[in-house]
Design a protein around this ligand. Structure first.
Ligand code: ADP
Ligand code: ADP
Length: 226
């Protein structure tokens, strides 16, 4: 079963913009997959539909074989989402942010504390566990967003332009954390308009342009064509 299977996906917004014009793609379990494309290509729309934030117009989406339309809650339990904007409480401590988030999703407190330690270490935030989040560097705040999404132990981690507008040092720190998460078995899908980002992280990618997939396959094969 693919981690993500998208078939003939269409999205026409209320303003009649056809953001997706019949997109099909498969992401294998364990993959690190990039959806690469220019601004306006339809990346956020696709990610939005997969994460249930946007309603599709037509087509099918399955997450590890679970149909998103028929079993939305079950599908969503398999997904972790890292929003682009920092949306945690800057006046809380990283450890509390993670534990409270897990608690919201029903993880018992003792288990949440264990997970928080693991995730804070993986995101290189362990020394900052009990600092006020406001005092973290930009890169640390970004990695905290990733650590939080991992607290529910998703099988598929989705990031929409995770490094948009951040400098190269911050990007490298995020890449390191994402590589470790993927190496431990979590499938990752990210959207990006940086070829360089797709190149340094991803095994497979799809290139999307004006609502259609124009290329799809292993990173290496696509690089050879460019
Ligand atoms: P949906 O069909 O998923 O409910 P809508 O078409 O209703 O989406 O739009 C959702 C929101 O996005 C609306 O509040 C709308 O104002 C806003 N929006 C409209 N046009 C654009 C655009 N071109 N890019 C981004 N957001 C837009
Ligand atoms: P990308 O993430 O690749 O930049 P998007 O999925 O955000 O692309 O946008 C694809 C197309 O859909 C664009 O033409 C955009 O203006 C339009 N669009 C995005 N969101 C909305 C919305 N909520 N309402 C109307 N049009 C939208």
């Amino acid at each position: 079963t693919p981690a993500l299977s998208v078939r003939r996906l269409r999205k026409t917004y209320d303003n009649r913009v056809e953001a997706l014009k019949g997109v099909s793609l498969d992401v294998a379990p364990g993959d690190f997959f990039a959806l690469l494309g220019p601004n306006g290509a339809g990346k956020s729309t696709l990610i939005g539909i997969v994460s249930s934030l946007v309603n599709k117009t037509d087509g099918d989406v399955e997450v590890f074989g679970v149909d998103l339309s028929r079993r939305r809650d079950a599908a969503m339990r398999l997904i972790g989402l890292v929003p682009q904007e920092l949306n945690f409480n800057m006046f809380e401590k990283p450890r509390d942010i993670l534990v409270n988030y897990a608690g919201f999703y029903g993880v018992p407190r003792a288990e949440a504390l264990v997970r928080a330690e693991e995730e804070l270490k993986r995101a290189q935030l362990w020394e900052k566990a009990d600092m006020m989040s406001r005092t973290l560097s930009g890169g640390m705040k970004r990695r905290l967003m990733i650590a939080r999404a991992m607290m529910t132990r998703p099988r598929l981690l989705i990031l929409d332009e995770p490094t948009a507008g951040v400098d190269i040092e911050i990007r490298r720190g995020m890449w390191k954390t994402l590589k470790e998460i993927n190496a431990a078995g979590t499938t990752i899908i990210l959207t990006t308009h940086y070829l360089e980002e797709a190149e340094s992280l991803c095994r497979n990618l799809a290139i999307i342009d004006r609502g259609r997939i124009v290329e799809q396959g292993p990173m290496k094969a696509l690089l050879a064509k460019l």
